[in-house]
Ligand binder design. Structure first.
Ligand code: SF4
Ligand code: SF4
Length: 201
């Protein structure tokens, strides 16, 4: 049973007339004081995360408002991050008991093992590709990619996007001022053709 209280009306702990414990708390829904007579009173310590902003930025993984890390999907990918190959377990996720942390750590290790057990990892085909002839080395894609994928290849003086790292989000494609980047399977001409077909009914 949980009873919420506000900071103006904190629970009051007293010694009852019979010598036992008495806790009085104002239930904010009932608007009435609730009197409890516990055998034992234990204070739960708050669990607060270490500063995680820098780590989250580094690995491009999302955090909630309190600073705990978010899993990719609570039901379908509970120990994965949205970024491939990075897994989550324990209090970095949210305050939880040790048995739950251990179960989650085993799940994360199992997920990591599925990657490590493969001789070769296949990646998706929807990736961005730079045309070096059109690239002006303006660094827009380097700055805007949410996954820090594009780099400048000084051998050819153009941006390079590692297809194994690209998540296919298309941000760099839309931002490149020189139209030097195309997203495979979603090229500009394919998108335009689709739009024209839709407009023509
Ligand atoms: S945004 Fe386009 S032009 Fe600028 S560096 Fe990237 S690929 Fe080259
Ligand atoms: S498509 Fe998205 S993930 Fe891939 S390089 Fe461009 S911005 Fe980065």
């Amino acid at each position: 049973m949980f009873i919420r209280f506000d900071l103006e009306n904190k629970p009051k702990v007293e010694q009852a007339a019979d010598g036992g414990l008495q806790v009085t708390v104002l239930d904010h829904i009932l608007g009435l004081p609730v009197v409890l007579r516990p055998d034992l009173l234990t204070l739960a310590s708050a669990v607060v995360p270490n500063p995680t902003e820098e780590l989250g930025e580094l690995f491009k993984v999302s955090r909630n408002a309190e600073g705990f890390f978010n899993e990719a999907h609570a039901k379908l990918r509970p120990v994965d991050f949205a970024s491939d190959g990075i897994f989550l377990a324990g209090l970095a996720h949210y305050p939880k008991p040790i048995d739950e942390s251990i179960a989650q750590a085993k799940a994360a290790a199992g997920r990591a093992a599925t990657f490590l057990a493969q001789d070769m990892v296949q990646v998706g085909g929807v990736v961005a590709v730079v045309d070096p002839e059109k690239c002006a080395v303006c660094l827009t894609c380097v700055r805007t990619c949410p996954f820090n994928v594009p780099v400048i290849d000084y051998k050819v003086d153009a941006a390079y996007i590692d297809p194994a790292k690209c998540q296919g989000c298309g941000v760099c494609v839309s931002e490149c001022p020189g139209k030097a980047i195309q997203l495979k399977h979603f090229t500009d001409s394919q998108i335009l053709a689709q739009e024209l077909a839709l407009a023509a009914g």
